[in-house]
Design a protein around this ligand. Structure first.
Ligand code: GLN
Length: 479
């Protein structure tokens, strides 16, 4: 079997027709992923024992005639900021190089309960801070489509694993674009659900009011199925929502004619002409399918990047305070006093981007600056959310670019944090408003670089998003 061409449905068919067993598939997926990893560095670690035990359980259940779950035998990868019991979880940081979590994240528990086979943990920017995966302490990830380019970040490893075909689905996390932007750069589907749709229990906190777990896959259906399994209330996360989770696959077969789509004027300003051209073609496909497209305005968009980098760094400075050399982390070797131990541990352990954010976040929260920066940013966040709420009074969904440009070259932006931050100019707003949003492949540039189209919907209305993305994919995307 060829792992790279599998979908969730194909895996089930393969079992039903006895083409392969779950153990055969897990063995081949692990072999293939390990063989390919030299090209991308997408995985930080493989989990053969866990994968084979899960696959064996699937085979046994099926042999007894039981239902082995929605994701039975499906090889998946999980971003290394999501905790896995007994399996090192580094968050892409030297500080956590040897950290072995004592429990699984709820999303991982649910994946495995549905029969998924975890083959490994994927590389990412340190503590999910970055847009290129170059901030990982364990080396950058290369884009499988163009190896001299970044895969995007911070969930670059998960996007690359799925694009490379070593995993059928993957989990990532998104705080300001970290699922949609790498999905767009690598040419796969990436879904950031409504804030609270998926439990954050076991997701290492970066900016808690913005953090989401979401899914990657090569098809809209597979990304929807992975979300289906991990979504829903979890008593272990007080912010997880008690909202019913509909069957997302129903939406995939619904007609999109008559849906009203908004195209935000502010998102089309700073696009490269090639990206803009592809998005325009994508929008034309949706119009041909019967959608009514109208221009809308989201006026607070101009403040999104500044707002995000105040709120996200403020929350990060607090969340990252726990890595002190006493708990979780590797401890600095030489220190005479407790204060020195803290200082050395953090000074040696954190990379430059984390330090930059801890300093910025501490500053905006400090006495005298709190009102001017943090409080102001919270007010602007409310305006951004209000822009979306007003837009959704007249449209069913919003269509936009994911990133102003396609995948850039390794090293191209690493010395210019502000240029890097602009990668997320179109993705940050969705996180600040807490609405569901996704990236769906929308053609390639002349150089062959993938471009994603973003679809945003109302709170808890992932179904409309999948309905549009499914119809778009079925129509052949922008190609
Ligand atoms: N690139 C953004 C940042 O650096 C978003 C990261 C994320 O979504 N985790 O913060």
């Amino acid at each position: 079997m060829q792992v790279s061409s599998l979908t969730i449905d194909r895996v089930r068919q393969g079992f039903d027709k006895r083409e392969f067993s779950a153990v055969d598939l897990a063995t081949e997926a692990l072999r293939f992923a390990e063989a390919e990893n030299g090209k991308t560095n997408a995985y930080l670690r493989f989990s053969p024992e866990r994968a084979l035990a899960a696959a064996k359980a699937v085979d046994e259940k099926r042999a007894r005639g039981g239902n082995a779950g929605l994701l039975a035998g499906v090889p998946v990868a999980v971003k290394d900021v999501i905790l896995t019991k007994g399996l090192t979880t580094t968050c892409g940081s030297r500080l956590l190089e040897h950290y072995i979590p004592p429990y699984d994240a709820t999303a991982v528990v649910r994946l495995e309960q549905a029969g998924a086979v975890l083959i490994g943990k994927t590389n990412c920017d340190e503590f999910a801070m970055g847009s290129s995966n170059e901030n990982s302490a364990f080396g950058p990830v290369r884009n499988p489509v163009a190896p001299d380019r970044v895969p995007g970040g911070s969930s670059g490893g998960s996007a690359a694993a799925v694009a490379q075909g070593t995993a059928v689905g993957a989990l990532g996390s998104d705080t300001g674009g970290s699922i949609r932007q790498p999905a767009s750069f690598c040419g796969v589907v990436g879904v950031t659900p409504t804030y609270g749709r998926v439990s954050r229990y076991g997701l290492t906190a970066f900016a808690s009011s913005l953090d989401h777990i979401g899914s990657f896959a090569r098809t809209v259906r597979d990304a929807a199925l992975v979300l289906q399994v991990i979504a829903g209330r979890d008593p272990a996360d007080a912010t997880s929502a008690d909202a019913p989770v509909p069957d997302y696959t129903v939406a995939l077969n619904e007609d999109v004619a008559g849906l009203k789509l908004g195209l935000p004027r502010e998102y089309l300003k700073s696009l490269t002409s090639e990206t803009g051209g592809l998005i325009a073609r994508g929008v034309a496909v949706l119009e041909k399918l019967g959608c009514e497209v109208r221009e809308i305005s989201l006026p607070a968009t101009d403040y999104a990047v500044a707002t995000y980098y105040i709120i996200a760094t403020a929350e990060a400075s607090s969340n990252l305070a726990r890595y002190d050399g006493v708990r979780y982390t590797t401890r600095a070797e030489h220190a005479d006093t407790l204060a020195e131990m803290y200082r050395s541990t953090r000074g040696e352990g954190f990379g430059a981007e984390c330090k930059r954010r801890i300093m910025l976040g501490t500053y905006v929260l400090s006495h005298g600056y709190y009102d001017a920066y943090y409080l102001k940013a919270q007010k602007v966040r409310a305006l951004i959310a209000r822009d979306f709420a007003q837009a959704f009074e007249t449209v069913d969904a919003i269509v936009a670019p994911v990133s102003p440009f396609p995948a850039f070259r390794l090293g191209e932006k690493i010395d210019d944090p502000l240029a890097m931050y602009l990668s997320d100019i179109y993705t940050i707003t969705g996180d600040l408003a807490g609405i569901p949003c996704m990236s769906v492949p929308c053609g390639r540039t002349a150089e062959g670089l993938p471009v994603g189209m973003q679809i945003l919907a109302k709170h808890f209305d992932e179904s409309t998003m999948f309905r549009l993305a499914g119809a778009f994919e079925k129509a052949g995307g922008a190609d």
